[in-house]
Design a protein around this ligand. Structure first.
Ligand SMILES: [Zn+2]
Length: 715
């Protein structure tokens, strides 16, 4: 109902290249020694088909393990490439799918050390490994003999066809190699690899600069500066300050989960400005951690690299295997929504200004959230803090399980204490089974709280994905968020927005758990489709069943009053100008940066001028300003792909109407089954556009999205 759902991040696809490009075992004695000594390379043992030994994980082991993992990989790729038998699906494609178990395992630890438990020590190792990893990937993607064998299988499949899923695997692998330069001549290949190596270092530097600025700009408040803030917020701010050695002060950290509530409630305008400025200046402080030069270099290298393949710009190259197909289609969608979004901002600002004028204040960006909250109370009589009293993390987690039970027929049970190793005491684990058959589906890890060294935001990832081609592998999926850990004995109360995020990330997890694919490559995602599953899950938060069962007051246990629910629903299109505009500004900027000529580009100037051209309202910033746009510049996952959230949201709104039109609404068994079968379980084994048509009987239309946001529906 409330669509702040364009906002969340994931990192589901970090491994897709690795899953494709990995190798198998090597038995010489030196290897055997490292294999026994280094825990990170070892096979996962214990219950549930084996689980990562997170409790024995050690940062000292990671470099050696990664290097050994890569070496084992390459050895096996060579074995596949040098096979003297003619290339077949079995000896080439299946062999590739089977390869690389060791590196996959190490990568799970690597992901934890970089995302959940980062330290300066690890970041140094990460910087050292980045170019090595890049070289490693190039060695596989540019392996001429390997590519010739893949091509032979692909060519043969064009005349005598394989099983449908095998055909899809071959095509994805063949096209993936071609997209990554496998058909280039030797000289161009060399340059291609050099560029990737340079980029990998720039990506790491970019992320580390942001992390530096997030950790090093903390605003400490004194007791007389707390006006407007809630008790819960004050308590946790006090705890964070104490943990940082600032006894009797209150810490506002430079993260979204601290900044956002502070700007919404604090009556101290100068402090709001300071917290706002710290947050939106990350990576842009004109010091050694400034990202502007890095971005210019990244854009030049990306353009040069796709030029080697004959593409005019990065966006054309990137979007060829996405649902949108090309940048024009993506821009068309964004341009269709943009005018309605900025027109709504004008209305929102006018509403806020009417209140602010009484304080002799002209709305500035650090005032938007504060006065929006006042308008929300006045117009909808909705107090976010009152809503929060009914949103307890524990109950919401139960609500996730309830939804999964109704729609996916899953049961979640906590694993016996101590039976599954975790990397931090805050992490909890549940076993997922089928409600009827009791069949084991996987484990769900939840790491809920913010801590030093954990990246900001919320995300989902897998440590192991479902496959059956080589015996059944069950799923190890995880959700990660940054709720502020409460003082002891306090319930974890979250905002409506945070509750939606919780459902969102759980949608990604259900996408992993429901996979029915045979081959690992078919678990890969299509970027502008992989936010559909998460965004649709958010819709269950505001269904009656969830509201009545799980939204109960943290002190009295009373269910949330019907009037309050009615107010929440009525306010569901509130602030959509802000939400849509801050998101779209970033998404359009992402695309324009990659369509522009990067020679002599001045990032700061480009951002400023592009925003003017777009008629960006001056009262709010982009959700991610360019120097901190990690989606786009800390790797390539979301480069020219940030639009994908809205692309997927068109599907989400349209699919939601299919539920609403059904006899049992969001709990309609027939629609739920179709949704799971076509839009979840298939993963990438079917073209997403085709899968959507099978679900809905037609293509998705933009109208439902406009209705959901309270914007006029175009004729
Ligand atoms: Zn997501």
């Amino acid at each position: 109902m409330i669509k702040t759902n364009v906002l969340k991040h994931i990192k589901t696809l970090v491994l897709c290249a690795l899953v494709m490009f990995t190798s198998c075992k090597n038995n010489d004695t030196k290897d055997a020694k490292i294999m026994t000594d280094n825990i990170l390379l070892q096979e996962w043992t214990g219950p549930y088909g084996g689980v990562p030994a997170f409790d024995e994980m050690n940062v000292e082991d990671i470099k050696e393990a990664m290097q050994k993992g890569m070496e084992l990989n390459l050895a096996d790729i060579d074995k596949i490439a040098n096979n003297s038998e003619p290339a077949t699906f079995e000896n080439t494609i299946v062999a590739m799918e089977r390869s690389g178990k060791e590196l996959d395992r190490v990568y799970s630890y690597y992901g934890i050390l970089s995302g959940n438990m980062s330290t300066p020590e690890f970041r140094k190792i990460q910087s050292e490994l980045a170019p090595e990893l890049s070289e490693f990937r190039s060695k596989i993607s540019q392996n001429e003999k390997l590519f010739q064998r893949i091509k032979a299988v692909y060519d043969a499949s064009q005349t005598s066809s394989l099983e449908a899923d095998q055909q899809r695997v071959v095509e994805l692998i063949y096209k993936g190699f071609a997209m990554r330069g496998a058909e280039l001549d030797a000289e161009k290949k060399k340059r291609y690899a050099e560029i990737n190596k340079e980029l990998s270092t720039l990506y790491t530097d970019f992320s580390n600069n942001i992390l530096h600025d997030e950790e090093n700009y903390v605003t400490y408040l004194t007791k007389d500066q707390l006006s407007g803030l809630s008790d819960g917020f004050i308590k946790s701010a006090a705890k964070i300050a104490t943990d940082k050695g600032q006894e009797s002060k209150y810490a506002i950290t430079n993260s979204r989960s601290s900044m956002d509530p502070f700007l919404t409630y604090s009556n101290e305008r100068e402090l709001r400005k300071q917290v706002w400025t710290n947050y939106y200046s990350r990576g842009d402080n004109d010091d050694e951690y400034d990202n502007n030069e890095i971005i210019a270099k990244i854009l030049k290298l990306r353009k040069e690299r796709v030029g080697l393949l004959g593409y005019d710009n990065y966006a054309d190259w990137r979007l060829q295997d996405r649902m949108a197909k090309n940048p024009e289609n993506a821009m068309e969608l964004m341009n269709a929504v943009w005018p309605a979004a900025i027109a709504r901002v004008k209305e929102e600002v006018a509403d806020m200004q009417a209140i602010a004028s009484k304080d002799n204040i002209t709305i500035e960006p650090w005032d938007y959230r504060y006065y929006a909250e006042k308008v929300r109370k006045q117009k909808y009589d909705l107090d976010s803090d009152e809503v929060k009293q009914y949103l307890q993390l524990d109950k919401l987690t139960q609500a996730l399980f309830f939804t999964a039970g109704e729609i996916f027929n899953y049961d979640f049970k906590p694993v016996p204490e101590g039976s599954v190793p975790v990397f931090h005491e805050d992490v909890k684990v549940w076993e997922v089974t089928d409600k009827d058959s009791g069949e084991h589906i996987g484990l769900w890890y939840l790491d809920p709280f913010a801590r030093q060294g954990k990246r900001s935001g919320a995300w989902a990832t897998t440590y192991r994905s479902h496959t059956t081609f080589d015996g059944k592998e069950t799923v190890l999926g995880s959700n990660n968020s940054n709720f502020v850990k409460p003082a002891p004995e306090e319930a974890v109360l979250v905002s409506w927005d945070d509750a939606e995020t919780l459902f969102h990330e759980f949608g990604h997890a259900l996408h992993y758990f429901s996979s029915n694919v045979k081959y690992p490559t078919l678990n890969s995602g299509v970027r502008d489709f992989t936010e559909f599953q998460s965004q649709i899950l958010e819709r269950w938060l505001s269904t009656d069943k969830v509201i009545n069962k799980f939204l109960v007051h943290n002190k009295t246990g009373e269910p949330i009053p019907a009037e309050l629910v009615a107010k929440i629903k009525k306010a569901s299109t509130f602030n959509q100008g802000f939400v849509t505009t801050e998101y779209l500004a970033s998404a359009i900027m992402d695309m324009k940066l990659h369509l522009a000529d990067p020679t002599n580009i001045d990032i700061d100037k480009f951002e400023r001028e592009t925003l003017v051209e777009m008629n960006m309202p001056k009262e709010l910033p982009m959700r991610h300003r360019t120097p901190q746009f990690g989606h786009v510049f800390s790797g390539e996952g979301y480069a020219t792909a940030y639009y994908g959230y809205m692309w997927a949201d068109v599907l989400t709104s349209d699919a939601s109407e299919a539920f609403k039109e059904a006899p049992d609404g969001f709990y309609d068994k027939a629609v739920a089954k179709k949704c799971v079968d076509y839009l979840f379980a298939q993963r990438n084994s079917m073209d997403p556009a085709e899968a959507y048509k099978k679900f809905r009987g037609r293509d998705a239309k933009i109208d439902a999205l406009m209705r959901d946001r309270g914007f006029p529906v175009p004729n």
